[in-house]
Design a protein. Structure first.
Length: 340
């Protein structure tokens, strides 16, 4: 799609926006028609991304604000503005709001048709307790269709012409490596690290590679039986796939106590699984760049057990990696998830 490739030039130009106290919106063109051109893998990737860093803002049926339309909000770190803008352009949904003074970017979908579109894309691909919010959103949309079906208002009629009743689909229980869900989830909640244990004798210096995923232990709402919903099951499934363990972590910040589940890939078997997955289903955020650099060291380690043979390369890579990264290239987004 030529128009989508050309639009990337404008998207990438925003990646070095001012860090002033401004916040402003980037809205996709209403004349864009590329929303019909994405492939089915987008659904699982977006589901993972939303389950990690997204929120469904949907009121309960007994709330005084129950008639307020639902919203979907996805948070990105400021460096990942090009990804937020690309996903907005690809789906033609919502607006990208830059919170330059707060260090993050929001992709907000607030109109009914936009919410319906995103829900349709991700329905059937979610894997965590956050699916209950998706189901509440679907129920709201279906109720809206029923209540407004005889409306004569032009705006309402226009909305109704673009949406239809949705089926409520359950959790995706397919294998972790069957789709890009885990790539989206990792773009939200994971990181790669390069630990260099320096010694006075360079021959005894160690370079250790880690993939780390951490999420809160419990979902913030109870299920229909009044029970706490935990992220343990999905973390266990991920850990089983990578051949590692689920760890429990607690920490105190101020007067609050936080509990999370964490898994770490650090042994040879789990690192091989990690590289195989992300080479098959690439990350899309700036973590893609971190993975590619991390993978260079992994390949060097695999081919040569002598640390000194690649130590200087590892030291150089770590200077522009994760939070210290200053160089960005977004070519991996070109045509990403477009139909072939």
């Amino acid at each position: 799609n030529t128009s989508s490739i050309l639009s990337l030039n404008n998207i990438f130009n925003y990646s070095n926006y001012s860090s002033s106290n401004l916040s402003y919106c980037l809205a996709s063109s209403k004349n864009d028609s590329i929303s019909v051109n994405f492939n089915s893998n987008l659904g699982s990737y977006l589901a993972g991304l939303i389950e990690g860093d997204g929120t469904f803002s949907i009121h309960d049926s007994n709330s005084i604000a129950k008639n307020h339309a639902p919203k979907i909000i996805i948070v990105f770190k400021k460096a990942d503005l090009p990804l937020a803008k690309y996903l907005q352009e690809l789906t033609t949904c919502g607006t990208v709001q830059i919170k330059a003074d707060r260090g993050y970017v929001l992709w907000q979908i607030q109109d009914i048709v936009g919410v319906y579109t995103i829900v349709t894309i991700i329905n059937g691909y979610m894997r965590t307790p956050k699916i209950e919010a998706l189901h509440r959103t679907i129920n709201w949309l279906n109720n809206y269709l029923e209540k407004k079906k005889n409306s004569k208002l032009p705006i309402t009629k226009s909305i109704l012409s673009k949406i239809k009743r949705l089926e409520i689909k359950g959790l995706d229980k397919s294998d972790i490596d069957s789709n890009p869900w885990f790539a989206g989830f990792s773009d939200a909640d994971a990181n790669f690290s390069i630990n260099i244990h320096t010694r006075s004798n360079r021959n005894s210096t160690r370079v250790q590679l880690y993939y780390r995923l951490e999420i809160r232990q419990n979902y913030h709402r109870l299920n229909n039986n009044g029970e706490q919903m935990s992220f343990f099951l999905i973390m266990s499934k991920i850990a089983e796939f990578f051949g590692t363990n689920v760890l429990s972590r607690s920490r105190i910040k101020g007067d609050k106590h936080y509990f999370s589940f964490m898994l770490i890939c650090s042994n040879k078997t789990s690192l091989i699984k990690t590289t195989e997955y992300f080479n098959k289903f690439p990350l899309l955020s700036s973590k893609y760049l971190d993975f590619k650099d991390w993978y260079k060291i992994f390949e060097l380690q695999t081919s040569n057990s002598i640390t000194t043979s690649y130590l200087d390369i590892a030291l150089s890579i770590r200077k522009d990696f994760n939070s210290t990264r200053t160089s960005y290239n977004w070519n991996h987004l070109i045509n990403c998830y477009l139909k072939r």
